[in-house]
Design a protein around this ligand. Structure first.
Ligand code: ZN
Ligand code: ZN
Length: 196
């Protein structure tokens, strides 16, 4: 592991970050391994920051994500898209090497999704709910269908499931999404590896 990327500060995404950096840097047998971290600004600064100062000092490079900015780390290019809405936490769509896009936990907003590059190899979507919930800034299955009809990636990967998704069965939901969009859709599971 040589870069850690945080989509946003919420604990289900950030709780292990300090331990992970420590183990990658200090616990690594490769003593001169270069390590980077990338995250939105509120992960590094302010009252809600989740990256500790002494851990940040152990990294060789950090990227404070800003809207429409691009960053290079070794052979990885990271493009940050428009800011999403997610319960006050700063979070952005991210594209890796023009190939893989990531839609974080966020409300579905068509004018934000329009900025995703079209026809990427894979679009990862944090698909928290099966059914629509009012006033919760997370995607549901129908939002994902709308997004795929806008972005038209070659493949969709759904992940980050709440209990109603688990009850519906992520693989069944993936099939339902695929049938409605004609986009090959995979339900992620722990340890899944996808070869593009
Ligand atoms: Zn969140
Ligand atoms: Zn989340």
């Amino acid at each position: 592991m040589d870069i850690f990327i945080l989509s946003h500060i919420h604990l289900d995404h950030s709780a292990d970050i300090n331990t992970m950096v420590e183990s990658a840097k200090v616990g690594s047998k490769e003593s001169n391994k270069q390590l980077a971290i990338g995250a939105p600004e509120d992960a590094f600064y302010g009252n809600a920051k989740v990256i500790l100062d002494f851990i940040l000092k152990k990294t060789d490079k950090h990227f404070i994500f800003k809207e429409d900015a691009s960053y290079i780390w070794k052979d990885l290019k990271i493009d940050i898209l428009k800011k999403h809405t997610h319960h006050g936490a700063i979070t952005y769509g991210i594209v890796f090497n023009n190939k893989i896009a990531y839609h974080p936990c966020a409300k579905f907003e068509p004018h934000i999704v329009e900025h995703y590059p079209k026809s990427v190899e894979a679009l990862i979507l944090n698909t928290t709910f099966y059914r629509q919930r009012q006033n919760i800034d997370h995607l549901c299955k129908d939002d994902v269908i709308n997004i795929l009809n806008i972005v038209k990636p070659k493949m969709a990967i759904i992940t980050h499931f709440a209990s109603d998704m688990l009850e519906a069965g992520p693989e069944n939901v993936a099939k339902e999404i695929e049938d409605k969009t004609n986009v090959k859709t995979i339900a992620a599971f722990d340890g899944a590896k996808i070869i593009l």
